[in-house]
Design a binder for this molecule. Sequence first.
Ligand code: ZN
Length: 98
Amino acid sequence: MDLFYPKLVTRDSTNALKIVWSDDKECIYDFRNLRLNCQCALCKHEMTGDKLIKIEDIPENINLTACEVVGNYALHFTWSDGHTTGIYSYDYLRKLCN
Ligand SMILES: [Zn+2]
C-alpha cells in the first residue's frame, strides 16, 4: 500500500483547500464539500455510517479557520461554523480527491 502525505497545504481560493501530495498529485477540496464529508461521530453515524449532516446545514460561505497535522496520518480542521472535531486521515483525503 502506498502511503502519501501532504507536501503543501494551502488555500486555493476563498472557498477551497489545495493539497499537493508527496507524489505531486494536486487536489482541490471545496470547503463545503469537505465539511459535509466529515467523519466524526457528530457528522457520521458510528454504526450505520449514515451522514448526520446535510449540505443545506452548512453555510455557503463556510470557512476553514485552522488546519493542523495530527500525528503523521491526518489533518484536523477547525471550521467557521464552530465545528472542531473533524479529523481527516490522509488516506481518506486521497479518496475524496478525484
Ligand atoms: Zn464532524
